[in-house]
Design a protein around this ligand. Structure first.
Ligand code: GLC
Ligand code: CA
Length: 533
C-alpha cells in the first residue's frame, strides 16, 4: 500500500536544503527571504538539484530558529508573505522543481494561540491540545514546566522550554491526566496537523520534511506502534488527495518510518553521549565539530579504516526496507557540523562521491557544494553548537560574500571572514572546483538508471583491513550496471572485478588515478571512480 503511494519523481530527485535565514537576502535587511530563494532557483537547478527542503519559514518568536511555530499557516514577515511562498512554488514548478516545507508536528511555540488558550484555567477547545498534568506541583518522567500559567497544572515539553508538546496521547498510560491515542483530544491534534498539511499542499507545496516525526505519541516504547499508527492515519488522509506529495521524516529508523507512510527517512547525524550512529561512522566519528586529529570516520584519510562498521549498521536497515521507500543520505544539515574544515577537500570529494551514488534520495545542505566551513561562533536563535553550520551562503568575493547588501553588523549571522573563504562565483570559473565536482556527480546520477534512488545495491568489496569499498548499482531491469569505487585512505588499492563484467570497462567519472587492466582495477589513495561494468 505504502509503495503504490510513493511519488515517481523521487526516483530521480536530488534535494537541496535551504536555511532561509542565510541563503539570499533580496531586500538588504540582513536576513534571507523567499524572494531571495526565487532569485537563486536557477543556480540550484543548474547545480543538479530539482527539489528543495526549506527549514521552517512560518511566523515564530524564533527561539529555536523557527522550529517554534506560532502560526503554521502564515509565512514569517521577515521572509515575505504567503503570496511570495506561493510564487516560489510556481517558479519552482516552472523549472521542473519541487518544494518541501518543514512540518513541526510534535510541538508549537509557547506563543501559539492554541497554547495561550490551553494555559487558561477555564476549560476550552484547546485545553487538551497539549499535555498537561492535573496539578501545578505534579512532575513526570519527561521534561515539564510549572508556574508559567494560570492553569493549575504543569505541561510537558518536546524539546526546548519554548516548545510545549502537542497531545497525540499516550500509548501506555500510568496517570489519569494522560489521554489515550483514540481520545477526542488526540484525534483533534491529528486533524489539526492534517489541516496544516492540506493548507500548503492546496497552495502548491509538494510535501514536507517532518521534524521529530517519531516524537508524537508518548510512552510508545522502542517500536513506536502508536506513533506509526498516527502517521498512517494522517499521511493516509493527505495522500488520498495529494498522491504526488512527498514526505521525509526526521526519524532515523526506516523500518518504522516507511511503514508509517513516509516516502523517505533520513540517515541522521545523531550522536548521543559520544555514541555514533551510522552517519557518524562515515563523516564525523569524533566529538566536537572541529576536532580533526581524532576523527575516525570512514571519509577521514588518516583516521578512517574499513567501511565495515558503517555497513554493519546500514545494510540490515537498507535490506529490510528496500522497495518500501528510501533511506536518505545528507551531506550535512542545519543541526550538524559541516564536513569542512574537519575533512579536507580531497576527503570530501571522495565522501560526496559515495553519498551521491548510494541508494535513496540525496540531500545537499546549502553551501556544502562549495565547501563552506563550520565555524565556532556565538549562538543565535537557539542554534548553540549548530550555529556554525548556519552562516550566510557565500555567493561571491564581494560585500558580505554576495549574501546581502546590509551593513555587516546587521546580518543574521556573520559571513566567513577568511580571505580564502570559498564562494560560488570563483568556483563557477574553476573547472576543478568542488562545485564542479558536485555538479558532475549529480549529472552522472541523472544520466544513469543504475543510480536511481531505488536501483539496486550490491556490495562487491568491503575488506576489514583496508579502506576500499566497491559496490555495484544496477538498474531495475538489470540492463545497466555501474561499479562505484571508494578509497578514502592514503594507500592505493587493487582489486578484481567479478568475472561476468563486460569489457572494456568504461570509467565514467573519477578523481584521477584509476587504472583498469582487464578485470584488475587499481585506484590511488583518496580516490573515487564510477565505471560501467
Ligand atoms: C529537529 C530540528 C531541530 C530543532 C528540533 C526541535 O531536530 O531539526 O533544528 O531544534 O527538531 O524542533
Ligand atoms: Ca531580507
Amino acid at each position: 500500500m505504502v509503495d503504490s503511494h510513493r511519488p515517481a519523481w523521487l526516483e530521480t530527485a536530488v534535494f537541496y536544503e535551504i536555511y532561509p535565514q542565510t541563503f539570499y537576502d533580496s531586500n538588504g535587511d540582513g536576513i534571507g527571504d523567499i524572494p531571495g530563494i526565487i532569485e537563486r532557483l536557477d543556480y540550484v537547478r543548474r547545480l543538479g538539484c530539482d527539489a528543495l527542503w526549506i527549514n521552517p519559514c512560518f511566523d515564530s518568536p524564533f527561539k529555536d530558529a523557527g522550529y517554534d511555530v506560532r502560526d503554521y499557516c502564515k509565512v514569517a514577515s521577515r521572509y515575505g508573505t504567503n503570496d511570495d511562498l506561493v510564487r516560489l512554488f510556481d517558479e519552482a514548478h516552472a523549472r521542473g522543481m519541487y518544494v518541501l516545507l518543514d512540518l513541526v508536528p510534535g510541538h508549537t511555540s509557547e506563543e501559539h494561540p492554541w497554547f495561550r488558550e490551553s494555559q487558561k484555567q477555564q476549560r476550552n477547545e484547546y485545553s487538551d491540545r497539549y499535555i498537561w498534568t492535573d496539578n501545578a506541583f505534579e512532575g513526570y518522567s519527561m521534561p515539564f514546566i510549572g508556574g508559567e500559567s494560570e492553569r493549575n497544572a504543569t505541561y510537558i515539553l518536546n524539546f526546548f522550554k519554548c516548545q510545549p508538546a502537542l497531545n497525540y496521547g499516550f500509548a501506555s498510560r500510568d496517570r489519569d491526566w494522560q489521554s489515550a491515542t483514540d481520545s477526542d483530544a488526540a484525534r483533534a491534534t491529528r486533524q489539526a496537523m492534517v489541516d496544516v498539511m492540506r493548507f500548503w499542499l492546496e497552495r502548491g507545496c509538494d510535501g514536507f520534511r517532518v521534524d521529530m516525526a517519531n516524537s508524537l505519541v508518548k510512552n510508545d516504547g522502542d517500536d513506536k506502534p502508536e506513533t506509526i499508527r498516527a502517521w498512517q492515519e494522517m499521511l493516509g488522509a493527505v495522500k488520498k488527495d495529494y498522491p504526488e506529495s512527498a514526505f521525509v521524516s526526521e526519524w532515523g529508523t526506516p523500518e518504522q518510518a516507511l511503514p508509517a507512510g513516509f516516502d523517505m527517512d533520513f540517515y541522521l547525524d545523531w550522536r548521543w553521549n559520544g555514541v555514533p550512529n551510522g552517519y557518524n561512522l562515515l563523516a564525523r566519528n569524533v566529538d566536537g565539530p572541529l576536532n580533526v586529529e581524532d576523527d575516525k570516520s570512514y571519509f577521514s584519510a588518516h583516521g578512517g579504516g574499513s567501511v565495515r562498521p558503517f555497513l554493519d549498521q546500514y545494510l540490515p536497515q537498507y535490506l529490510k526496507t528496500r522497495g518500501e521507500g528510501f533511506f536518505c543520505f545528507i551531506t550535512c544539515n542545519h543541526d550538524t557540523p559541516r564536513m569542512a574544515p574537519r575533512l579536507t577537500d580531497r576527503e570530501r570529494r571522495v565522501g560526496y562521491g559515495m553519498l551521491l551514488t548510494m541508494p535513496g534520495v540525496p540531500f545537499i545542505y546549502y553551501g556544502d557544494e562549495i565547501g563552506m566551513r563550520y565555524r565556532d561562533i556565538p549562538t543565535v536563535e537557539g542554534g548553540y553548537a549548530r550555529t556554525g553550520s548556519r552562516t550566510p551562503m557565500q555567493w561571491s568575493a564581494g560585500r558580505n560574500a554576495g549574501f546581502s547588501d546590509a551593513d555587516a553588523k546587521a546580518l543574521y549571522l556573520p559571513v566567513d571572514p577568511a580571505p580564502d573563504a570559498p564562494n560560488v562565483d570563483d568556483q563557477m570559473r574553476d573547472s576543478g572546483s568542488m562545485l564542479h565536482w558536485v555538479h558532475d556527480l549529480l549529472e552522472l546520477r541523472s544520466e544513469h538508471e543504475a543510480l536511481r534512488a531505488g536501483a539496486d545495491l550490491t556490495v562487491l568489496k568491503a575488506p576489514e583491513d583496508s579502506s576500499l569499498f566497491v559496490y555495484l548499482r544496477s538498474s531495475r531491469d538489470g540492463a545497466e550496471r555501474l561499479a562505484v569505487v571508494v578509497n578514502p585512505g592514503l594507500n592505493a588499492q587493487s582489486f578484481e572485478l567479478p568475472d561476468d563484467v563486460h569489457e572494456p570497462v568504461e570509467v565514467l567519472l573519477h578523481t584521477g588515478n584509476v587504472r583498469t587492466d582487464s578485470h584488475t582495477v587499481r585506484i590511488a589513495g583518496q580516490g573515487f571512480a564510477v565505471m560501467r561494468v
